[in-house]
Design a protein around this ligand. Structure first.
Ligand code: PEP
Ligand code: MN
Length: 341
């Protein structure tokens, strides 16, 4: 349920409404806009009498929200969420470029790639330390040593780091990480999502291999209902009947999610394409469709990469691509696509 307050509501009446809601175990999310303040009510709102609330002097309107996700819902929070990570911000009109190898392999590898992507204009360094591999016989990642190497690369470049968690038990290892990535395979690891909701670090939540928008937003809701509202959604391609590409990049997710939620939306063209040559060909479409950023796999020696080499682009390609994406982002700001309401 959302309660739209009149302009400059009487403080005493507002306090009494809030304490009445608290008594009823309703969690209230306040969103202050220029002309109106919106109260997003989460909990057993079915038991509340909407007419009773609308009758209050300070209330302009009361609406029931049909969608099962509340905190993630744009109706609760009309302004886009902006997430600050060290000196960079994600969402709210910026284009964030996250780049780096699929997996951290050595200090030389991660530091070299970090320097190259930083010079090209990347804002955040990616690199997997714990790897969710289809085969138990494949390289499983460097684990905590990988996180230490990411920290060295951050020290060298100033780039914040994003890396994937695979199990709630690993959370202690992530205390120095800037953004915690939840991979596609763990999008519905609800125990882990709950735990990530009880800490403050931003979470990059990848879409499950065959998850609907609603299922994905409900996973975001698991994190947000624990108190952590710093969630970034990442579309990384979904399973379809097509086999030429590794997955099918769903660009429709960008405008749809923009309507449904206030959370920032990042596109991963690398895991969607599965082929390096397709990455620079599809990434611009994400910018044109209004993404808040991209996460791109870059490797200094893709032929020898221990993981996802075929979809990793070389630093020299990333140089050109990053410049192209930023220029396109500027162009799109002055030439927005027409909107139909
Ligand atoms: C990754 O980012 O390297 C990864 C494993 O991604 P996804 O969870 O999207 O497959
Ligand atoms: Mn990968």
């Amino acid at each position: 349920m959302i309660v739209i307050l009149k302009n400059n509501p009487d403080k005493a009446q507002l306090t009494s409404l809030l304490s009445w809601l608290k008594e009823k175990n309703i969690d209230v999310h306040e969103s202050v806009g220029i002309s109106h303040t919106i109260l997003g009510l989460v909990g057993d709102t079915a038991s509340l009498d909407a007419n009773l609330i609308s009758a209050l002097d300070i209330v302009e309107d009361v609406k029931r929200v049909q969608e099962p996700y509340k905190h993630a819902n744009r109706k609760f929070h009309p302004k886009p969420t902006v997430i600050k990570v060290r000196d960079t911000q994600i969402g709210g009109g910026t284009l964030t470029l996250m780049a780096g190898p699929c997996s951290v392999e050595s200090e030389e590898q991660i530091v070299e790639i970090a320097k190259r992507v930083k010079a090209a204009g990347a804002n955040i360094l990616r690199g997997g330390a714990f790897k969710p591999r289809t085969s138990p016989y494949a390289f499983q990642g460097m684990g905590t040593n990988g996180i230490e190497l990411l920290k060295i690369a951050r020290e060298e470049t100033g780039l914040p780091i994003v890396t994937e968690i695979m199990d709630a038990e690993q959370l202690d290892y992530f205390k120095d990480v800037d953004i915690i990535q939840v991979g596609a395979r763990n999008m519905q690891n609800f125990n882990m999502l709950k735990k990530l909701g009880r800490q403050e670090k931003p979470v990059l939540l990848k879409r499950g291999l065959s998850a609907t928008y609603e299922e994905w937003l409900m996973s975001a809701e698991y994190i947000m209902s624990g108190g952590n509202h710093n969630v970034i959604l990442c579309e990384r391609g979904i399973r379809t009947f097509e086999t030429y590409t590794r997955n099918t990049l769903d660009l429709g997710a960008i405008p749809v999610l923009r309507r449904l939620t206030h959370l920032p939306i990042i596109i991963d063209p690398s895991h969607a394409a599965g082929k390096a040559w397709l990455v620079p060909q599809t990434a611009p479409a994400a910018v044109a469709a209004g993404a808040d950023g991209l996460i791109i796999e870059v490797h200094n020696n893709p032929a020898y990469a221990v993981c996802d080499g075929p979809q990793s682009i070389k630093p020299e390609v990333f140089d050109k691509l990053a410049a192209h994406l930023q220029a396109l982002h500027e162009f799109m700001k002055s030439h927005p696509a027409p909107e139909i309401n």
